[in-house]
Design a protein around this ligand. Structure first.
Ligand SMILES: Nc1ncnc2c1ncn2[C@@H]1O[C@H](COP(=O)(O)OP(=O)(O)O)[C@@H](O)[C@H]1O
Ligand SMILES: [Mg+2]
Length: 259
């Protein structure tokens, strides 16, 4: 068995009197597409913040591919290969799509520097072109980011995470606010990417989750309610009671359970 891509031991995060993550011990296997679901306030984004070093845990430890990364700073964790996108979109609106990627790539390699060697410039340009093609944004390379559709901004964000060749990609509600067509396009990109990189996706859209995930972790009140394959999760009584009770979601669960 290879090391899990992510493992936590007794991970806890308090905000004053509130326990956002409560003694969470989980293990996410490598080379899988993991989805984390759970109601608003379950602690999903906080979990990402702890893994990526944006927040420090109150207790507990985080291991990435077997290595203890607890207490490392965000840039150190990023350099180890964990990249994330945020729930709130964050691209440089005044720059073009290609420039956004270019600057992200150069910053990630630590030399945003006026005296770069020409070879490194050429390599970067090739990497930008490859990533644009990979994510399906080549035709928008010259467009200013502020003029993009919502779905294309989201794809650009994913491209910005991917261009630094991550070993683990954390996507926080990537399809939030998207039209059905944009969602479909994004989901198929994410699935494609998951062949090359470990991915953990926080997702509220149950149709997306059951379609895309190899493994699902259900969180509630900072802890794990259940984890398993989509079929197992769909059949889990506690999950249905605690989270999947809404009519709208019930259909997908029924479908998935009988798939
Ligand atoms: N920086 C923060 N300061 C105080 N409370 C926070 C902070 N971040 C999250 N919380 C609280 O922690 C809980 C979990 O939040 P969050 O991780 O954002 O949930 P989710 O992403 O599952 O909706 C919520 O009650 C939220 O209000
Ligand atoms: Mg969240």
């Amino acid at each position: 068995m290879s090391e899990p891509t992510l493992r936590t031991e007794g991970l806890t995060k308090r905000f004053g009197g509130l326990i956002a993550i409560n003694n969470l011990s989980l293990s996410l296997a490598a080379r899988r597409l993991h989805a984390i679901i759970g109601p608003n306030g379950a602690g999903k984004t906080t979990f990402f913040n702890l893994v990526s070093g944006l927040l420090q845990p109150s207790h507990g430890r985080v291991f990435f591919q077997g290595r203890d990364i607890t207490g490392l700073k965000p840039h150190q964790i990023s350099r180890l290969g964990i990249k994330r996108t945020l729930q709130i979109k964050s691209v440089f609106p005044q720059l073009t799509v290609a420039e956004n990627l270019w600057i992200t790539r150069q910053a990630g390699r630590g030399f945003l520097h006026p005296f770069r060697a020409a070879t490194s410039d050429r390599q970067t340009r090739e990497t930008v072109e490859r990533t644009l093609a990979q994510i399906g944004l080549s035709s928008l390379a010259g467009r200013q980011a502020s003029t993009l559709s919502y779905g294309d901004v989201a794809l650009l964000e994913i491209a910005m995470a991917v261009i630094s060749e991550p070993r683990l990609l954390l996507l926080d509600e990537p399809t939030c606010g998207m039209s059905p067509a944009e969602t479909e396009r994004t989901v198929s990109k994410i699935r494609e990417l998951s062949r090359a990189v470990d991915i953990v996706i926080i997702e509220h859209d149950m149709e997306v989750v059951f379609e895309i995930a190899d493994d699902i972790t259900v969180m509630a009140q900072g802890a794990i309610l259940a984890c398993g394959s989509p079929t197992e999760i769909a059949a889990d009584e506690r999950v249905r009671e605690a989270y999947l009770g809404r009519d709208e979601d019930e259909d997908y669960v029924e479908d998935a359970a009988h798939a």
